[in-house]
Design a protein around this ligand. Structure first.
Ligand SMILES: CC(C)(COP(=O)(O)OP(=O)(O)OC[C@H]1O[C@@H](n2cnc3c(N)ncnc32)[C@H](O)[C@@H]1OP(=O)(O)O)[C@@H](O)C(=O)NCCC(=O)NCCS
Length: 204
């Protein structure tokens, strides 16, 4: 389990499929997170998908829980890859419990995923995909140091028209140049404790 600020990242258990069933069939949530809102899934399909996750060591799926209340608020994912001898981490998330959106938790999740990718999994680059209309996700990524690296034109069809897909990335060095600032912004007073536990780092 990985604790970061208000959040605990824990493995997805079979019992979590019930809450995933709710989130994965939420039209708006899936419209923003994956641009295929009509892709409803039943319990049998989710169980099959879960079995695939269990087998695939390259994909780390987490339930994101609030540390204090133990309420599950969403999911997060890191897909580890390697291309051209460079290790990468493709990250994704959604906050399924909508009352927890817009409170800065998306930013905390993103920094936590960057910490896991660069400080634990030794990735050289981190990537994220988002659809053109998802301005909040773009902002969350950009405030964590991601840059828009490319556009895949007309990659999604939602609500009667085509939309571009945006590709964001951040390199290891770029992350480490803003890391302390991001840790301070997201963890505040809890930063030193986090550093003690997780880092051997040069002081800033
Ligand atoms: C995207 C998501 C993870 C962001 O998490 P969040 O907790 O809601 O967002 P935050 O409160 O951390 O805000 C992130 C930034 O977006 C900004 N923001 C909020 N609403 C916005 C909007 N409509 N347009 C542009 N920026 C917006 C915030 O001001 C904040 O920027 P700041 O840190 O500079 O103030 C969350 O909203 C979510 O799960 N959305 C639905 C699914 C989804 O889109 N998943 C991501 C797929 S790539």
């Amino acid at each position: 389990m990985f604790e970061f600020g208000d959040l605990l990242f824990r493995p997805v258990e079979k019992e979590d499929l019930k809450i995933l069933h709710k989130w994965e069939n939420d039209f708006e949530l899936i419209m923003y997170s994956r641009s295929n809102p009509m892709n409803f899934v039943n319990m049998a399909q989710l169980e099959k998908q879960y079995e695939e996750w269990v087998k695939d060591e390259k994909q780390l799926h987490f339930i994101v829980e609030l540390v204090d209340s133990k309420v599950a608020i969403g999911i997060a994912l890191i897909r580890r890859g390697e291309w051209g001898n460079v290790k990468s981490a493709d990250i994704g998330t959604y906050i399924g419990e909508k009352k927890y959106q817009g409170k800065g938790l998306g930013r905390q999740i993103t920094v936590a995923l960057l910490e896991m990718s660069f400080n634990q999994l030794n990735a050289e680059r981190c990537e994220a995909w988002s659809v053109e209309y998802n301005h909040r996700a773009h902002k969350a990524l950009e405030t964590c140091g991601f840059r828009k690296a490319g556009v895949v034109r007309q990659a999604a069809f939602v609500n009667g028209r085509k939309w571009d897909g945006f590709h964001f990335d951040i390199l290891r060095d770029e992350y480490f140049s803003v890391r302390m600032k991001l840790l301070k912004q997201t963890l505040g007073k809890r930063m030193n404790k986090y550093i003690e536990k997780h880092c051997t780092i040069e002081s800033n």
